[in-house]
Design a protein around this ligand. Sequence first.
Ligand SMILES: Cc1cc2nc3c(=O)[nH]c(=O)nc-3n(C[C@H](O)[C@H](O)[C@H](O)COP(=O)(O)OP(=O)(O)OC[C@H]3O[C@@H](n4cnc5c(N)ncnc54)[C@H](O)[C@@H]3O)c2cc1C
Length: 441
Amino acid sequence: MGVHLARVPGIEEIVLIDRDGRFGRGVAYSATADCHRLNVPAERMGGRDQEDGAGFATWLQRNGWPAGRTYEDTFVPRRLYGDYLCAELAAVEATRRLSRLRDDVQALERRPGGHAVVTASGKTIEAATVVLCLGNPPPAPIRATVPAPRLVPDIWAAGSLDPIRASDDVVIVGTGATAIDAVLELVRRGVGSRIRMISRGGRLPLVDAPGLPCDPLDPIPADTVRGMMTALRAAISDHAERGIPWQSVFDAFRARAGDIWLALSNDERRRFLRHLRSPWLVHRHRLAPDIARQMEKLQAEGRVEIIAARVLGGEPTPEGYALRLHRRGRPMEAGETLETDWVINCTGPDEHYSRSRIPLVQSLLSCGVARPGPFGLGLDCDHRHRLVDADGQAHAGLYLVGPPGRGRFWEVTSVPNGRDQCVNVAKDVAATLVPVASQTT
Ligand SMILES: Cc1cc2nc3c(=O)[nH]c(=O)nc-3n(C[C@H](O)[C@H](O)[C@H](O)COP(=O)(O)OP(=O)(O)OC[C@H]3O[C@@H](n4cnc5c(N)ncnc54)[C@H](O)[C@@H]3O)c2cc1C
């Protein structure tokens, strides 16, 4: 966001605040291991904006990071994307209009002509424009589990996997992208002799098939979720005849997902969340082919086992942790207890902010500066990304971008989505700064 705001004439100073000091990298691109890869080929990460579509791939080439056949089929380590963002940020910092502050923003107050953010270290910073780029929150606690040192609540917290030893048995709750990162990290460290992964469906993300892009799709009907899925299936089989894989068609559909989501009625959106949310995620967050092969090998060797089950609860034992499960397809009374040395929570970000324990989110909601987003997901904002308060009024000069906008826009996580949002917010800010007379010249 800072890079895009720095291009807006008339902004005198930009302060980036991050509690962890991960400027430019955030959670996703702070990962340092080679096995923590982008979940799309490098080419599809794009660049600074739509005109700079090959930006990241060009940067990789210039910095001596070779492609496989092309950057359309190369899944590079995530840290390289972090390096790229840091280079972009450094170029802007050189202009001296942008500075960094490592601090935790805990509250936000309205002030005449703007807002003030209040930080944990006691600073109050006033600004005409504030953009909240809060990223993903940590996962919600696993249902009915008693917190304990052997239950790791968030793998991205510094040092969270350090106490796990080579001979330890590990249970990972979750089978999505973060759970796979956890498996690969344990294997890389040579710890966790037996790893069991649990989720209700017991399904890993599907495998990507890079290389054959799909042209933009014909308009997809968005009256009903059923109609939308029928049209998507038809497009997939139509393209299959021309050798274009479902993954490419799905991505072309996903490029339209934001508009489709906005066009659906609330009842239909609710239907989507109830019935299609999980299958959507399995198709959407895909695995690089070699990572999928590695997961298959680990399963074939018996190091990794995937269990389709619901976690009913859990508590610490003298030696480790015990989880109570109900396996899919078994009678309700057939509960089971899984004893392990460690449980790792990889259930994904807790998108229900009304139960958030993050001080800033609690403060925004309790003061009525914000309200939960549609369907209780994230925080509410309007189509211009302006935060919406408890009375339903959009704030001038206070924006929300990225994952917390999930309820309003649905597709908010990926880099291309986030970048489009940043571009739009920067345009909105520019329009409010530039006098009307000069806009028309
Ligand atoms: C593990 C992982 C892998 C991903 N892989 C891909 C991928 O391959 N391709 C892709 O397109 N997308 C991927 N994504 C999604 C996407 O890139 C991220 O969601 C995106 O980085 C969001 O950017 P952001 O700036 O909004 O949030 P983040 O990058 O999470 O940054 C938010 C920052 O804000 C700070 N912060 C939050 N609240 C406060 C506060 N109150 N005070 C101070 N600081 C605060 C946090 O410390 C954090 O550093 C991945 C996401 C994750 C989590």
